[in-house]
Ligand binder design. Sequence first.
Ligand SMILES: *[C@@H]1O[C@H](CO)[C@@H](O)[C@H](O)[C@H]1NC(C)=O
Ligand SMILES: *[C@@H]1O[C@H](CO)[C@@H](O)[C@H](O)[C@H]1NC(C)=O
Length: 490
Amino acid sequence: MAIKELTVFVVFSWIVCTTGREFFSSTDKVAQLFEEEKDLLESFRLYIDAEEKNVERMKSALLILQLYTYFDPENPEKTLRDPVAAYKLLRRVRKEWLTIVEFTQQSLYKKYQELLAYADIPELEDLDGAASELIRLQEFYKLYPHNITKETPLNADEAYHMGFVAYDEDKFQHAFLWFSYSLDRLTEYSTTTEEKLLHFLSSSAYHFGSLPVAIYFGQRLLNLDPTNEKIKVELSLYKLLRFQRTSNPDIFTLNTKSDNSYEALCRGEVDERTSKRQRALSCRYSTGGGNPRLMYAPVKEEVEWDEPRIIRYHDIISDREIEFLKNISRPQLSRSETRRGISNYRGSQSVFLEEDNTVLARISQSIADITGLSMESAEGLHVQNYGIGGRFGPHYDTWDDENGRIATFLIYMSDVEIGGATVFPEVGVAVQPKKGSAVFWYNLHKNGKLDLKTEHAGCPVLVGNKWVANKWIHEFGQEFRRPCSLSEWE
Ligand SMILES: *[C@@H]1O[C@H](CO)[C@@H](O)[C@H](O)[C@H]1NC(C)=O
Ligand SMILES: *[C@@H]1O[C@H](CO)[C@@H](O)[C@H](O)[C@H]1NC(C)=O
């Protein structure tokens, strides 16, 4: 009974969620781990209960077996000369052995091990991937370990892992700062040792080019372990090099220079819209040029930028519709690819929703009404959930193609607390996600050429869970809706 209960429980709870592994590229998938953890612990509890019952049964069996020997005392001498006593002994031992085999076979150990193999547990790559994304976030937003752990402190072992991943990726300054954070939090319960940390602190500082710091930590390690021959050799090397190297970079202060406009925009260091030009931009209610469906329920339209024209439409999708879209997308999400395949450039999971349903039809109709464009050649709605530190580097939505993506309608299905803006580095504009709103722009000029100013990117999500849906609208079918032009300039 116990075995059956356990089997049914474990198989049901785990089979359900084994689609699409890889946790760190979708925060929604990370959230599933809460349930996973509950199931894991519950199954462990059931397993222990079942084993305890088993142990009780085995103890009773042992008592009975011992009782036989008590009532049936035989000494070796008697058994040697009495064939009947010998027979009785043989039979008894045989029976005892059979009983023990039978009872120990009832252990659930093997079965439980097999069941555990079905569990959807993060792989080591997931763990390293999450640490790696955290370090990329730190680089991007220039965050020290103490900045990023303000809400959720890490213990010495966790911080050591962060440092180790940074070290492995040759990011020696971040590695150093994490090892130092770990050293500050070392307790008697840590598995990380002071020796290990001092070794890595010294080595990170050396690789970063800060020799006095490398020597300082090397010396501390030597004081702790005077027999360490390796550090003696390293120390003498560092001391020699100290006089040859000229620069001594400051390893304790993050380098904050960056001339990358994408990153600067994401950090909020520049935003052209604070200028006079922004104040001239307008906000109004639109009826899509007199569209009957919008006459009585006009949409609130806000011009985010004039060239390229980026327009925000507010309240174009309800919370209920958003929940529905997330519900049907969740089971189908898989790692988003770029034109060159899977890459760090795009940290999210996504799906094209192609099926017929009333919500998708309503959204499609609504986009057609608002933009005045035909949805005939548009792609299915592309729903996307970003991962830990999820971003999408600068890119264009269209490329040289006979039937290119003339326009993009980007719907925000969540607010994002910090980070996650859509930025246009060529024009210096950052658009913040706002749940239920959408932004719209043309990727192509009227003459059919790519508008180079529409290059855009998704900033890494620092705090929050970012969901978006894209509707990419193609050229074919728009001939009478957006007349083309032969001008070089339109
Ligand atoms: C990180 O901490 C430093 C000082 O410890 C502070 O100056 C800086 O503003 C913090 N950065 C962020 C983004 O919070
Ligand atoms: C979405 O899924 C949840 C959980 O299965 C369900 O409770 C909710 O009613 C669903 N919402 C919509 C709008 O389909």
